[in-house]
Design a protein around this ligand. Structure first.
Ligand SMILES: Nc1nc2c(ncn2[C@@H]2O[C@H](COP(=O)(O)OP(=O)(O)OP(=O)(O)O)[C@@H](O)[C@H]2O)c(=O)[nH]1
Ligand SMILES: [Mg+2]
Length: 685
């Protein structure tokens, strides 16, 4: 592929609700600009962007693809993100490395929860954006309704720069409000506006020109004095206003009928900032923060935003060069690992196609295979100039499953497979739960986990089964208790003797405290470590139901020893026994993990959601509204939330989202505790 200088590049994320046409718009633009000779379709899995098996099977995007579109000496790197909320990590990674966002909206459904989520992330990253009312060819398409629904989401003014020319089956083009032209089809042909639409176009055009004038004081003066603004002035005024976030232009398209594509391309080029025009990246260095304007002449700083682990191609590392240039067959310094990486061929990716280039200029996005130590979030640069670019925050994964290998052979591959899957994805992680002894895979929802499990099978030949994870309960005591025990084995051979008197008390903050209160040498000091060891081993294994014991102070206050038969192992065995007895005297109880959850749903669902949370033993802490949606904050036991993503989806028809994170441990009510204890006894048998 041709090389593009910084000023000719636009990095634009396509982000919004699932099914609004992001992938098809990308496909239509590739086709229209001649990069591909046939336009692919979603339902037969032939688009450039959705090339993964799982994407074809599910007919949705799962990962962000890079779709470079070349038009009139410009290159627009479209980052086509998935709209399905389980894959929000991909949206965050994409928004991290673009200078602007295009938000397509389904002309029938209007703004939906995914649209709002995309909008809020664009806010978070401070990105200028364009709204595109797409699918104007659909039955029931309604431009005004879709626009109004978007106005509820947006705190910025939405200014249509176009109106649809016809709609539904009769959608044939767009009216360009700035140039007062009718653009037929893709928009190459500019015709006069048909007389019956003139009035409407004039009125809407006034609003657009006014917005342009407000972009800049000088223009505003000129406009207010009644002078006509030139085309260049209008564009520059609009561009400034869009960049400042004072308004968002609205365009109209149909991806599948290829309508409105030229004005969409031209708007991305003329109204959205190039990497040079965007605020400079800010890197962290030894001397504090350092601004990095996008320029080939600057020190090398490239941010790694995506990694793919394909067993055939190997690892691919996607990066955005913020400053400096990267050449093929060169060496760069991984600033996070403090290690050199040798680069081989460098490619501009187009979906899954590698288009090789010798040089990547500042502002561009490219990929390189087979790096050794580099992963997502790292900065590549120069050893002499140690600076690192910031990594965005990703949400906590609210969905967990326990995974088990299907066969012995799968068992050996479990850990390397999970590690490689998680390497690809900032919102997927795995760990061994020390309490429940399960392998836990954590992600954003059931679909997210399902994709990972399937990839394990198809890409890494590792078959995994998933189950609902055990809840990591803890055991503790609620009052002071004491016990004494004598361990004695003195018949034949070497004898054993130990006697320990022990008191246990609840502790507030700390997990464990051990004190020796023996005075007068009833038990020698040197047996204390053995006693502590015995106690700790029981604390790990539990007394009531096999869960770790926490928040206990243990005091040894008396005992006996034998001059010959006492030895550390005797005291260790004795301590185990006496500790169990003391705990049983101390009102033992189970603790359960409590999560802080935030549930966002359409207002109509609020009643149902609250009722349902009630049945989950939730304590609602607050209710709020955000646009047309309600937000409930609550504390809920983890045991009740293990399948909440799925339940919430069915309660809200997919229009609800939630996040949760661990808050604290809290005592489990006695009736539920008894169930857990009985279950653990059954398991032991
Ligand atoms: N009629 C019509 N259908 C469209 C248009 N754009 C997309 N579609 C169809 O809508 C469905 C979803 O389109 P996608 O491009 O996959 O939507 P997306 O936004 O990429 O969805 P996710 O990848 O799940 O976020 C597909 O069946 C498309 O063929 C359009 O302009 N008109
Ligand atoms: Mg898609």
């Amino acid at each position: 592929m041709k090389e593009y200088p910084t000023k000719s590049i636009r990095n634009v994320a396509f982000a919004s609700h699932s099914g609004s046409g992001k992938t098809m718009l990308s496909e239509a633009l590739l086709y229209f600009t001649g990069a591909i000779t046939r336009m692919g379709e979603i339902n037969n899995g032939t688009t450039v962007s959705d090339y993964q098996e799982e994407e074809k099977r599910r007919e949705i995007s799962i990962a962000t693809s890079v779709i470079p579109v070349e038009y009139q000496d410009y290159k627009i790197n479209i980052l086509d993100t998935p709209g399905y909320t389980d894959f929000v990590g991909e949206v965050i990674s994409a928004m991290r490395v673009v200078e602007s966002v295009v938000i397509p909206v389904d002309s029938v459904a209007g703004a939906e929860v995914g649209t709002e989520l995309a909008w809020s992330y664009a806010d978070k990253f401070g990105l200028p954006r364009i709204v595109v009312i797409n699918m104007m060819d659909r039955d029931n398409a309604n431009f005004q309704k879709a626009l109004n629904s978007m106005r509820e989401v947006s705190d910025r003014r939405l200014i249509p720069l176009q109106l649809p020319w016809g709609e539904k089956g009769d959608f044939k083009g767009v009216f360009d409000l700035l140039n007062k032209k009718a653009l037929k089809g893709a928009g190459e042909e500019a015709l006069d506006i048909p007389a019956e639409y003139l009035e409407e176009v004039e009125a809407a055009g006034m609003e657009a020109i006014e917005a342009a004038a407000e972009g800049n004081d000088e223009l505003l003066m000129k406009y207010l004095e009644g002078e006509e603004l030139t085309k260049e002035e209008v564009l520059s005024g609009l561009k400034e206003g869009i960049k400042a976030g004072s308004f968002v232009p609205v365009l109209v398209t149909s991806a599948t009928s290829q309508i409105g594509l030229v004005p969409l391309l031209e708007s991305m080029i003329s109204l959205l900032p190039s990497p040079e025009e965007a605020p400079p990246a800010v890197a962290e260095g030894p001397q504090g923060e350092e601004e990095l304007p996008a320029s080939d002449a600057g020190p090398l700083a490239a941010y790694v935003w995506k990694t793919t682990a394909d067993p055939y191609v190997g690892k691919m590392t996607y990066f955005h060069v913020y400053s400096g240039v990267i050449n093929e067959d060169s060496r760069v310094w991984n600033q996070d690992m403090d290690e050199e990486e040798r680069l081989g061929n460098i490619s501009i990716m187009r979906g899954n196609d590698h288009l090789e280039v010798p040089t990547v200029h500042a502002g561009d996005i490219a990929a390189v295979p087979k790096l050794n130590v580099t992963s997502t979030g790292h900065t590549l640069g120069e050893k002499e100039h140690p600076i690192s670019l910031p990594v965005p925050e990703y949400p906590n994964a609210p969905f967990r499953v326990a995974v088990n290998p299907k066969t012995q052979a799968d068992s050996a591959k479990l850990s390397p497979t999970l590690t490689r899957l998680c390497e690809e994805d900032m919102t997927l992680s795995w760990r061994q739960d020390t309490t429940t002894k399960e392998t836990i895979l954590e992600g954003m929802g059931d679909q997210h986990i399902d994709v990972a499990i399937r990839k394990a099978k198809t890409l890494f030949q590792t078959e995994l089964e998933t189950t609902v994870p055990k809840v990591p309960y803890q055991e503790t005591i609620t009052k002071t208790g004491a016990a004494q025990y004598r361990h004695k084995k003195q018949s034949g051979g070497a004898g054993q003797f130990a006697e320990v008197h022990m008191r246990v008390e609840p502790l507030q903050e700390e997990e464990f405290e051990f004190v020796n209160e023996v005075f007068g040498g009833a038990i020698s000091r040197n047996y204390m470590p053995a006693i502590e060891k015995g106690v700790k081993s029981v604390m790990e294994d539990g007394v009531l139901a096999g869960y770790p014991v926490v928040n206990v102070k243990v005091a040894v206050f008396d005992g006996k020893e034998h001059p010959v038969d006492s030895k550390p192992v005797a005291f260790e065995i004795c301590a185990k026994q006496v500790f169990k007895m003391a705990v049983k005297q101390a009102g033992p109880a189970l603790l359960e993990p409590i999560m802080s959850a935030k549930v966002t749903v359409p207002e109509d669902n609020m009643g149902d959601i609250l009722g349902d949370l009630n049945t989950r033993r939730a304590r609602v802490q607050g209710m709020d509204t955000s646009g047309a949606r309600s937000v409930v904050s609550a504390q809920v036991p983890l045991a009740e939330m293990q399948r909440y993503t799925t339940d919430l989806r069915s309660m809200t028809g997919g229009r609800g989202i939630f996040e949760m994170e661990f808050s604290h441990y809290q005592q489990l009510p006695a009736n539920l505790a008894n169930e857990v204890i009985q279950d653990s006894q059954k398991e032991e048998k």
